[in-house]
Design a protein. Structure first.
Ligand code: GDG
Length: 747
C-alpha cells in the first residue's frame, strides 16, 4: 500500500497560518524593539484562535525592518509561534500599497475606477507571493495544513501546491469577491483564479461571494462547477464555500465587564451626558463614512428635537493614508465633520466628537457598552466585525444596531435596523426610529443578535474551516501514485489469487485499449478479447467494464461476454445476463440546446465533432488543433453555464473530449453500486482519465487502484500504458492458475 497516503495522524495536526500581516506590529525599533498587537479584522479575529492551536503564523511584521535587525526580530517572534517575512520599501509600496490596496481592494469593493493597473505592481505582487510561498515551503511538510488568508496572497495556494502537490491548503478571503462583470476588468484575472484554485478549500464570507468566485472560474478559466466547487488537474477537488467569520464573543463580554472598562464607560457617560451614537471604522472609502456623516446631518436637520440630546462619537482608525484616495477621503471627512460641528454646535454641545486615532481595547469596549446606537454603514464590507463586537459588548442589551444592508454581517444580524447608506433621507429616519425604539423591543432584538453571535463565534468559524481541511487531509489521496514494481505486482497477484470473490472495475479507452483518432476504431483486438474472456470465465470474478462510451458500441463489442458493463459514465448498467437498465430520473431533453451550442464550435474548429449518447453529449477534439480547441473550452463552458445550471448538468473534461452529462451520475456512483453487490475480498480499479478519479475516490481502504499514466491521482499505484495493464491482468490469471494447482512459486 502507498503508506504516504495513509500515515497521517490527527494528533499531530499543525496549521501554518499565512497572512499579509502578522498579528503584531513593531512599534519601536531603536535600542529596544517593541511589539504590540495589531488592529484590524483579521488580527482581532484570528488572534484568539491561533493562540489555542499548534500553529505557526507567517506574515509581514507591518514595517520595514533594517537587515541588521531582522535576525533579532525573527528570534523574538519565534516564541510567539510567529515567523516574519521582511519586505523592503519597494515591495511595501508596489505589492502592498500598489497591487493589494490600489488594485484589488478597490476593484473587489466595487470601486473599479479607483484601480490603477500598473504592470510594475503586478510584478511586485508576483514576486512577493513567491517569497511567501518559498518561506511556507521551508516550514511545511506534506502532513501540515496551510491556511492562507486574504487578497494579498491569492497566488500563494498554487505556488505552494506546485512544490508540494499532496499538501492540504485552505484559502479564506476576508473581503468580498466581486461579480464577474467587475472582476473581469482585472488584467491578471486568469493568474489570480489559477492561484486560488491551488487551494483545496476556497472560503468566502457569504454565499454571494462564493457564487461570484464560482462564476468567474467558469467564465474565465472554462472549468465547469462540480458540486460545490471544481475538479481541477488530475481529479483534485476544490471546494468553494461560505464561512461567515465572527468574533471571540466571550472575550468581548469579559472585556465589557472589566473594572477599567466600566470606569471608562462611566466617564464617557458623565462627560457626554446625552444619548450616544457610535461609529468605529478604519479610514476607508468602502466604509460609507461620508454617507453616514451626511445622514447624521440630515437627521439633525429633520429632527431638531434631538439637538443637544444626541452626540455622535466618530472614531476613525488611521489606515493607508499614504494612498492618494485615502488621503482625499480623510480631507473630505474632516471638512464634513467641521462643517456639521460648525453649523450645529452650541456653547455647551458639539454634535460630533470625531477622533482620528486608535484606542486601547478597554476604551473600545467602553465605547461599545455605553453607546445607545452603533451606526455601521459600509457601502460594501466582507463581513464587518465592529457590529458584532458592539452586540457582544452591549451587556445592558438596550442598544440599537443600525447596519448597512451591504455588510456581510447583515445576512446574519437580521434584527438590526437595516439601512442603505446611499439613501440619506431614510438613513436619517432610521436613526430617529432607533432612538425612539421602546426598551423591550431593543432588548429582545439585542438578545437574539447576541445569541446568534454566541452560537457562531470565531472558534466555531475556525473549527469549521480547519476541521474541513483536516478531514480532507485525512482522506485526501491526491499524490503521485507509486509505480507498480515487481514487489507490488507480486502483492497484487497474490491478493487476487487468495481472494474468494473479486471485483474488477476496468475503464476501457486508454486503459485496455490505446486511443484512436476515430473512437469507433477502438474495438477490442483479439488479444484483449481473449484476456477478458479468460478473466470473466473464472466464477469468482465479477468484471465491470466502466466506460464513458455509448451503450450500443459497448454492447456490440463486448455484449457476448459474461461481464457487467457501465456505459456513458453510469447512465446505463448491463448485468451479466445481458439486460440493460438505466438509473431513474435521467432525461435527455436538454440535448437539443447543448447540441446547438456545441455545433457552433464544431463549425469553428475543424476536426472536432459531436458524439450523441442517450443521456450525454461528447465533443471530441482529438483530430482538431489542440490549442485552438483548449482555448475554446473556456468559451464553451461560459456559453453552457445557464443550461448546465438549469438542467443540473456538468462538464467532464476527459482525454481530448469535453462531455456534458447529468451531475447525478459518475463512475464513482457506478463503482459503489457494484461494490455493494457482494462481499468482495479483492477489488481492483484501473483507469487513465479524470473521470476515473471518481471511481478511485470510492475505493475501500483495502482496494487496489491503479492509474494508467504518470500524473498525480487518487489511485494508489500507477502503470505506464494499456500494454502494462494487459500484462498485469494476464499475470493475475496465470497466478491464479498456479495457485489453484498449488504449484510452488519459483524463487
Ligand atoms: C476585513 C474585512 C471583515 C477598530 N478600531 C480599533 C480597533 N478596531 C478593530 C475592531 C475590529 C477591526 O478593527 C475592524 O474589523 P472590520 O471587520 O470592521 O474591518 P476590516 O479591518 O476592514 O476587516 C471585513 C474582516 O476583515 C474580518 O474578516 O469583517 O469585512 O474588510 O475588530 O475592533 N481595535 C482597537 N482599537 C481601535 O481603535 N483595539
Amino acid at each position: 500500500m502507498n503508506t504516504q497516503m495513509h500515515s497521517t495522524s490527527d494528533n499531530k495536526r499543525r496549521i501554518i497560518n499565512v497572512s499579509n500581516r502578522l498579528p503584531v506590529k513593531i512599534t519601536s525599533i531603536n535600542e529596544e524593539i517593541t511589539y504590540q498587537a495589531s488592529e484590524g479584522g483579521l488580527s482581532t479575529g484570528l488572534g484568539s484562535v491561533f493562540s489555542e492551536m499548534d500553529s505557526l503564523w507567517i506574515g509581514w511584521p507591518g514595517m520595514e525592518v533594517q537587515e541588521k535587525l531582522q535576525d533579532r526580530v525573527t528570534y523574538d517572534l519565534r516564541n510567539k509561534n510567529l515567523h516574519p517575512i521582511f519586505l523592503d520599501a519597494q515591495e511595501i509600496s508596489k505589492y502592498y500599497e500598489g497591487f493589494s490596496n490600489e488594485i484589488i481592494w478597490p476593484l473587489f469593493h466595487y470601486f473599479p475606477s479607483y484601480s490603477s493597473y500598473d504592470p510594475e505592481y503586478w510584478q511586485a505582487y508576483l514576486s512577493v507571493n513567491k517569497k511567501f510561498a518559498e518561506e511556507i515551503i521551508k516550514f511545511a511538510t506534506a502532513e501540515d495544513i496551510v491556511w492562507v488568508h486574504d487578497y494579498h496572497l491569492m497566488l500563494v495556494p498554487a505556488l505552494v501546491r506546485a512544490a508540494l502537490p499532496g499538501i492540504t491548503i485552505g484559502y479564506f478571503q476576508h473581503i468580498p469577491f466581486p461579480s464577474y462583470e467587475v472582476f473581469r476588468a482585472m488584467p491578471w484575472k486568469k493568474e489570480v483564479l489559477e492561484g486560488l484554485l491551488g487551494a483545496d478549500i476556497a472560503g468566502f464570507q457569504t454565499e454571494e461571494d462564493a457564487a461570484h468566485f464560482t462564476q468567474a472560474v467558469s467564465n474565465i478559466l472554462g472549468i465547469g462547477a462540480k458540486g460545490a466547487g471544481f475538479e481541477v488537474e488530475n481529479g483534485r477537488q476544490v471546494k468553494v464555500q461560505a464561512f461567515p467569520i465572527s468574533i471571540d464573543y466571550k472575550k468581548f463580554r469579559e472585556l465589557a465587564a472589566e473594572d477599567l472598562t466600566e470606569k471608562y464607560a462611566q466617564k464617557i457617560r458623565t462627560d457626554i451626558n446625552t444619548k450616544i451614537l457610535l461609529s468605529i471604522d478604519r479610514l476607508d472609502y468602502s466604509k460609507g463614512i461620508i454617507q453616514r456623516l451626511k445622514a447624521f446631518e440630515c437627521f439633525l436637520k429633520k429632527h431638531p428635537e434631538w439637538k443637544q440630546r444626541v452626540t455622535f462619537i466618530h472614531l476613525i482608525v488611521p489606515s493607508r493614508d499614504q494612498v492618494r484616495k485615502y488621503a482625499e477621503l480623510k480631507e473630505e471627512m474632516d471638512r464634513l465633520v467641521s462643517d456639521i460641528n460648525g453649523r450645529y454646535s452650541t456653547l455647551t454641545w458639539q454634535p460630533i466628537h470625531h477622533r482620528y486615532c486608535s484606542v486601547p481595547p478597554n476604551m473600545l469596549s467602553a465605547l461599545y457598552s455605553c453607546a445607545d446606537m452603533a451606526i455601521v454603514s459600509p457601502l460594501i464590507d466582507g463581513m464587518n466585525l465592529v457590529c458584532k463586537e458592539y452586540v457582544a459588548s452591549n451587556i445592558s442589551r438596550k442598544g440599537v444596531l443600525l447596519l448597512s444592508e451591504y455588510a456581510g454581517a447583515a445576512k446574519e444580524l437580521t434584527d438590526a435596523l437595516l439601512i442603505n447608506p446611499n439613501d440619506v433621507e431614510r438613513f436619517a429616519n432610521k436613526i430617529n426610529e432607533g432612538l425612539l425604539m421602546p426598551e423591550d423591543k431593543r432588548i429582545s432584538k439585542m438578545k437574539r443578535m447576541q445569541d446568534t453571535i454566541k452560537q457562531a463565534d470565531i472558534f466555531t468559524w475556525a473549527r469549521n474551516f480547519t476541521d474541513q481541511l483536516t478531514g480532507l487531509r485525512r482522506t485526501r489521496i491526491v499524490s503521485l501514485p507509486t509505480p507498480v514494481n515487481a514487489e507490488i505486482g507480486h502483492y497484487i497477484d497474490s491478493s487476487y489469487a487468495d481472494a474468494g470473490k473479486r471485483l474488477m472495475l476496468l475503464d476501457y479507452d486508454g486503459t485496455l485499449m490505446p486511443f484512436f483518432n476515430v473512437p469507433a476504431d477502438a474495438a477490442p483486438d483479439p488479444s484483449l478479447y481473449s484476456l477478458i474472456t479468460k478473466l470473466s470465465a473464472d466464477k469468482r470474478n465479477d468484471l465491470v467494464i466502466i466506460s464513458g462510451r455509448d451503450k450500443n458500441t459497448l454492447d456490440e463489442w463486448l455484449g457476448a461476454l459474461p461481464i457487467h458493463i457501465v456505459a456513458e459514465h453510469g447512465s446505463w448498467f448491463r448485468e451479466k445476463n445481458g439486460e440493460w437498465r438505466n438509473p431513474q430520473g435521467l432525461t435527455g431533453g436538454w440535448k437539443t440546446d447543448v447540441s446547438a451550442v456545441l455545433q457552433k464550435y464544431v463549425n469553428q474548429i475543424p476536426g472536432s465533432f459531436i458524439e450523441q449518447k442517450s443521456y450525454s453529449l461528447a465533443w471530441h477534439y482529438r483530430q482538431a488543433d489542440g490549442k485552438l480547441a483548449k482555448d475554446n473550452i473556456r468559451n464553451i463552458t461560459a456559453h453552457l453555464n445557464a443550461v448546465l445550471k438549469q438542467h443540473k448538468l456538468e462538464i467532464l473534461l476527459g482525454n481530448k473530449v469535453l462531455e456534458v452529462k447529468s451531475n447525478s451520475i459518475n463512475k464513482g456512483k457506478a463503482a459503489s453500486y457494484f461494490m455493494q453487490k457482494a462481499d468482495y475480498e479483492f477489488i481492483l480499479a484501473l483507469g487513465d482519465d479524470n473521470t476515473d478519479e471518481d471511481m478511485f475516490a470510492v475505493m475501500p481502504e483495502n482496494g487496489i487502484s491503479i492509474k494508467v499514466g504518470t500524473n498525480i491521482s487518487r489511485a494508489h499505484y500507477s502503470l505506464n500504458s494499456y500494454l502494462e495493464v494487459r500484462k498485469l491482468l494476464a499475470n493475475m490469471c496465470e497466478m491464479a492458475i498456479i495457485h489453484r494447482h498449488n504449484v510452488p512459486l519459483a524463487s
